[in-house]
Design a protein around this ligand. Structure first.
Ligand code: DGT
Ligand code: CA
Ligand code: CA
Length: 549
């Protein structure tokens, strides 16, 4: 969880690397690295040291570092780190995953050769641009070539995929595989099931009476770029747009054990195995065993039950205290996507006619929604647009499903403009110094784009926290929404949330499953989530809402 010593150490190391990449002076870079190393041997949680006001007693932690650690512990975020990240192209940091490439070399690629990522480096190598450059002999060049191949650059860009991209791919794969028939159970395990913010490869598990046929069909799917291995129980392919996908077909008696094993995380599994050992049991991907007798394996529930634990939600299986919480009966109560009643942050193309609302209402109904909120951006034409939407809505007036369309006004949090007539709620976004919202409207905070200039985002988030406005959880932690660390940090400070798909087309509405997954990963209790429009916190009720459990 943000606030664990490991997280702080990672943050400090990253700052050190970024400063190094930016060519900062050595003493400055080293100060962060040294602090990270010191914390590695700290015998107690930093949060506890901070609570005692003794951070400055840790060797190497001066005032500036103490303030940063405090900020991160309190919010799960660090404005300084965000600022540094913006100054370094993401591909440059990827380069440091290559063997023999640290910040210094990555900086040389960047500054001397204008290479900004693994793909560009691969191209530069092909073109022979490194030949004759000081420090890049033949051996070094060959090492880079091999490193790039291992990263998968060249074929697929070599990067981990953002969660939403992996999720969309997973949805498509599941549909296609099911359509080939003969598949019985099918679940995507691994980091995608844990809703990790980035995903390396997809780990599919299936059961079938015809495993060989299922695997053959899998390798023949239209999206397959390359078959990397193919056997009787497992195949691995490279799938469009360049992500590795494993499919394993397992015995139904082992399905739960395999699902548990391949969901990970590895650290979670390692911890579980020690619990098993204490009970005289052995856990592996085939089941839970007492000597040679299988005592569990068909379902995940029974795997956990034989270890004396309730089923632990996949999103929190990171060995960050969830096993202890499960053992103590203290797992958080998490929301299920099916419990959402609506979505309040949709953007429609610029007409707002009845025909336009049609597909949305069909999709919303299929998700079991009872309301959908369309937002209109504050502008000179906003009032007219609101009126047209209201007309479209009344033309559609209470369809049989009972779905209700709402109209929100999206605007900067520093706006003082009057609110057009007919607006149901406000969606404030970061921008300038917050002012109190127009009274009488429910208010949400949204559009938390990470690249939002400077202090605007933290200012807006603080204001929302103080005002009790639900803060947006969206499906793009890499760009326009908060990651699970930030969500968790805010929850610890009493925040409430609203989940949205941030959809611009009706077929994007199901993406809210990703937003909900991130809230679950953040262990946000169900009670903190807006689950119906009437519950939106109006300013007058903010206090009560903030203190909901
Ligand atoms: P990724 O693909 O890098 O985003 O992350 P994961 O978590 O999907 O990792 P992956 O695909 O290497 O393996 C899937 C799961 O399989 C992993 O979360 C835990 C399990 N697993 C893989 N290798 C090992 C291992 O050596 N030991 C244990 N205990 N579990 C493993
Ligand atoms: Ca994986
Ligand atoms: Ca894998």
């Amino acid at each position: 969880m943000p606030g664990s010593n490991d997280d702080v150490i990672r943050v400090l190391q990253e700052i050190g690397d970024l400063l190094d990449l930016l060519g900062e002076q050595r003493f400055k870079v080293e100060a962060y690295r040294r602090a990270a190393r010191t914390l590695e041997s700290l015998g107690e949680p930093l949060a506890r040291v901070a609570a005692r006001n003794e951070l400055d007693k840790i060797p190497g932690i001066g005032d500036a570092l103490e303030a940063k650690i405090r900020e991160f512990l309190a919010t799960g975020e660090l404005a300084y780190l965000a600022k540094l990240r913006q100054q370094v192209p993401p591909g440059i940091r990827e380069l440091m995953r290559l063997p023999g490439v640290g910040p210094k070399t990555a900086r040389r690629f960047w500054v001397e050769l204008g290479v900004e990522g693994p793909l560009e480096l691969a191209t530069a190598l092909e073109a022979g641009r490194l030949k004759g450059v000081a420090g890049f002999g033949e051996r070094k060049i060959e090492q880079l070539r091999q490193g790039l191949a291992a990263l998968g650059a060249g074929a697929d860009g070599g990067s981990r995929r953002p969660l939403l991209v992996a999720w969309e791919l997973g949805q498509a794969l599941e549909r296609e595989l099911r359509a080939t028939g003969s598949v019985e159970q099918l679940v995507i395990a691994g980091s995608l099931r844990r809703r990790r913010e980035t995903v390396g490869d997809l780990d599919l598990l299936a059961t079938s009476k015809e495993p060989v046929k299922v695997l053959a069909n899998f390798t023949k799917l239209p999206g397959v770029l390359e078959i990397r291995s193919h056997g009787d129980t497992k195949s691995t392919v490279l799938y469009t747009p360049g992500i590795q996908v494993d499919l394993r077909v397992v015995d139904p008696a082992s399905f739960g054990a395999a699902l548990q094993y391949f969901t990970g995380s590895k650290d979670h599994n390692v911890h579980l195995r020690t619990i098993a050992r204490d009970r005289g049991l052995k856990v592996n991907e085939y089941g839970v065993f007492r000597d040679t007798e299988r005592v569990a394996g068909a379902t995940e529930e029974e795997v956990y039950a034989t270890l004396g634990l309730p089923l632990i939600p996949p999103e929190i299986r990171e060995n960050r205290g969830e096993i202890e919480a499960a053992a103590a009966g203290k797992l958080p109560e998490l929301v299920e996507p099916s419990e959402l009643r609506g979505d309040l942050h949709l953007h429609l193309p610029d007409k707002g006619t009845d025909a336009e609302l049609g597909p949305w209402s069909a999709m919303a109904t299929s998700l079991g929604y009872s309301y959908l909120g369309v937002v209109v951006e504050e502008s000179p034409g906003a009032a007219e647009r609101v009126t047209r939407l209201l007309e479209a809505r009344s033309a559609r007036d209470e369809p049989p499903s009972g779905l209700r369309f709402l109209v929100g006004l999206e605007r900067r949090i520093d706006s003082k403009e009057p609110v057009p007539k007919g607006v149901d709620y406000l969606l404030e976004r970061p921008g300038g110094v917050p002012v109190p919202a127009a009274p009488g409207f429910p208010v949400l905070l949204g559009h938390l784009e990470a690249e939002e200039a400077g202090e605007d985002r933290p200012l807006a988030i603080e204001h929302a926290l103080k005002s009790g406005w639900p803060i947006e959880a969206g499906p793009r932690p890499e760009r326009s929404s908060l990651d699970s660390g930030a969500l968790r940090g805010l929850a610890a400070r009493g925040a409430t949330f609203h989940a949205t798909a941030g959809a611009e087309r009706s077929d994007e509405l199901p993406r809210v499953a990703v937003s909900v997954g991130l809230l679950r990963r953040a262990a946000v209790e169900k009670g903190r989530l807006l689950l119906g429009f009437p519950e939106i916190t109006a300013p007058a009720r903010s206090k009560a809402a903030r203190h909901r459990p």
